[in-house]
Design a protein around this ligand. Structure first.
Ligand code: NAP
Length: 322
């Protein structure tokens, strides 16, 4: 089978399209013919070997994993003897970040627990966009952020992979939603349901006097003190990702700031695959529509890494596998 292979850390050019042995499913595994796989930050980290401390997970001198790719959608080709939930022909999606990756390939063997049945009303490319990004948005808003109907919610980074899900999920929970993004994407986030929009180049959400009950920031972008200033008493700030300084602030300074008042500030760690069935329901009910920015063929995966790494995606970036 064809797969994107990585043997050393570096820029996206280190990725090679190679012919490798087809995966063989174990007893509890499902062999999936991959139709689409989406880009995620952890794959950027795996290929670049940066930030350096992540090499403690991915391998100190070179990547321990040979084929990157976490978020996939495809069709079941074969199942191991002990697989109960799936059979050949089922359309599935899932996040392989806890089970060896390998999604940027024509086939991948996956434990059945990492998969769910794909929403029937979306394409493979849209389904591949869902697993990590939608669950970060859902778990950030619902579990960490304790979102309530009628609350004033601010999503910062609203037009990217996670943000476009967060906007739609916050509206599903009945929030009054303000979305922060660049000028080119204001119409997109309005169409997804935002009640108010802020162009980050023109207006500073932390200085305009407005306050929110819940803020979700997809990549930090600002200091934790700016977010604290923009929270109502009792409000919650959830940081999803960002620079080391922002992660440090959210994980170490956040708990101290939270002790000192009624506002809660902290970071999210997503629990992969836990809510895929719930996302399938939301998508099939028409409450959430995965936004795909661009699709690249498997042979152009390096180009997809370059584009996604620039940090200005409009929804998700997807690799399609013929
Ligand atoms: N906590 C977890 O468990 C977890 C799991 C997965 C990922 N993550 C983290 O999630 C982050 C990736 O998020 P993503 O995939 O949604 O990123 P993305 O797809 O690259 O989207 C980023 C978006 O932010 C917008 N943006 C750029 N600068 C901005 C600013 N100053 N203010 C507001 N918006 C701005 C960009 O729009 P413009 O084009 O208009 O600039 C773009 O649409 C990474 O930091 C990753 O580490 C965390």
């Amino acid at each position: 089978m064809k797969a994107i292979v990585i043997t050393k850390y570096g820029p996206p050019d280190v990725l090679r399209l190679e012919e490798v042995e087809k995966s063989v499913p174990g007893n509890i595994d499902v062999l999936v013919k991959v139709h689409a796989a989406s880009m995620t930050y952890s794959n950027l980290f795996l290929v670049s070997g940066k930030p350096f401390p992540l090499r403690l997970i991915f391998g100190l001198l070179k990547p321990k994993l040979r084929i990157p790719g976490t978020d996939i959608a495809g069709r079941v080709e074969a199942v191991g003897g002990k697989v109960k939930k799936f059979r050949p022909g089922d359309e599935v999606f899932g996040d392989l970040s806890d089970c060896g990756r390998g999604g940027f390939a024509e086939y991948v063997s996956v434990p059945e627990d990492a998969l769910a049945l794909k929403p029937v009303n979306c394409s493979f490319a849209q389904a591949a966009a869902v697993p990590e990004a939608a669950l970060v948005a859902l778990q950030g808003l619902r579990d960490k952020g304790r979102i309530q109907k009628g609350q004033k919610v601010l999503i910062v980074g609203a037009s990217g992979g996670i943000g476009t899900f967060a906007v739609q999920i916050a509206k599903y929970f009945g929030a009054e939603l303000t979305a922060v993004c660049g000028a080119a994407n204001l119409d997109l986030v309005r169409q997804l349901g935002a009640d108010h929009v802020i162009d980050y180049a023109k207006e500073d959400f932390s200085q305009n006097g407005r306050r929110y009950d819940l803020i979700l920031a997809t990549r930090g972008y600002r200091s934790i003190f700016d977010y604290k200033r923009a929270l109502n008493p009792g409000g919650i700030y959830v940081m999803v990702g960002g620079s080391w300084a922002q992660i440090f602030q959210a994980q170490l300074v956040g708990p101290w700031l939270s002790l000192a008042g009624s506002r809660k500030l902290g970071a999210l760690t997503v629990k992969p695959n836990r809510d895929l069935a719930f996302m399938k329901e939301l998508i099939e009910a028409g409450k959430v529509n995965p936004v795909v920015d661009r699709c690249y063929p498997l042979a152009e995966t390096a180009e997809a890494f370059r584009y996604y790494g620039e940090g200005h995606a409009r929804g998700k970036v997807v690799i399609t596998v013929e």
